[in-house]
Design a protein around this ligand. Sequence first.
Ligand SMILES: Nc1ncnc2c1ncn2[C@@H]1O[C@H](COP(=O)(O)OP(=O)(O)O)[C@@H](O)[C@H]1O
Ligand SMILES: [Mg+2]
Length: 327
Amino acid sequence: MELKDLLLNLRIVMFGGKGGVGKTSCAASSAIWAAEHGRNTLIISTDPAHSLGDSLGVELAPGIPTPIEHIDNLTALEINPKANIAEFKGLTEINPMEEMGMGDMLEGMPMLGDLEDLTSMNPPGIDEAIAFAKILEFIETEHDYDLIIFDTAPTGHTLRFLGLPETLSGWIGKLIKMRLRIGKMFGAIKRMFTREEKKPDNSLEVLERLKQSIINARDDLTNPIKNSFIIVMIPEEMAIFETGRLLNELIKYEIPVSNIIVNQLYQDNTELCAFCKSRREMQHRNLNKITEIFEKKLHKILIQVPLFREEVREYDKLKEMAEYLIK
Ligand SMILES: Nc1ncnc2c1ncn2[C@@H]1O[C@H](COP(=O)(O)OP(=O)(O)O)[C@@H](O)[C@H]1O
Ligand SMILES: [Mg+2]
């Protein structure tokens, strides 16, 4: 499906690719186009280094969905990474061995040490975990939006979380759950003798709920009539490798990809200086490779977007970009 049809028909469209290639610009531009074509659209930035508000030219308070003035049907949200760490408390506060006064036992036991890393979802990885949790939340919760556009959707790192249900069903998952149950049991015994207040420990439930919501969300994310992932790239050799890897990850998790945006293309123009001419030739070579690999071999639709003279931001520029995105 062409990007236009995706924006008119799907429930979720995700923009991803490496930093600085133009994800936010393309996502914001597409969101404006969709909103102006009658779809009640929410655009969400999950990137901790937000630039969605800057791109749209509006102030966005962290974590608060904000209707965009003068554009009907468009709401924008930058998630607040700090506030959401609290949501992971249920998972991060557990340490049954410590609770049992057996924390020392963890030392010298590499396998349990690894489990520690798995059960306490502390940094590194917390940004991706939060981004992922937000994506789950918005897919799972009832809302009035026709279309949700994610800016900086899952990269390979975030997508790992889609594999969590299998991990939890596998032996590592069984060990994690066993540990949580043992922790609970010993907590209860300890309380019997010490008459301590019962601390609510719902880690196991949190984990189960997380697993179930991932399973549900996966149904939506892997359904090509509900979701599509748009890769944004620039015509450089390194970007080709990186896009190949991202595409592999997306295939692994069965996330539909039909469009790849090749952004920031120098246009054929006799006025170009020697420097720009040489850059244009470099881009041209890479564009040929991109066509060969992603269009001819992998049957993706390539969308070419020129390098504009000015920054692409605020309404007029974003609309200009949309003309190239929607052809
Ligand atoms: N086609 C383009 N022509 C000119 N400038 C662009 C183009 N695409 C993006 N930019 C500019 O490049 C910068 C990075 O774009 P952005 O969309 O924020 O990238 P990302 O979200 O991938 O980090 C911004 O200043 C944006 O205005
Ligand atoms: Mg961005």
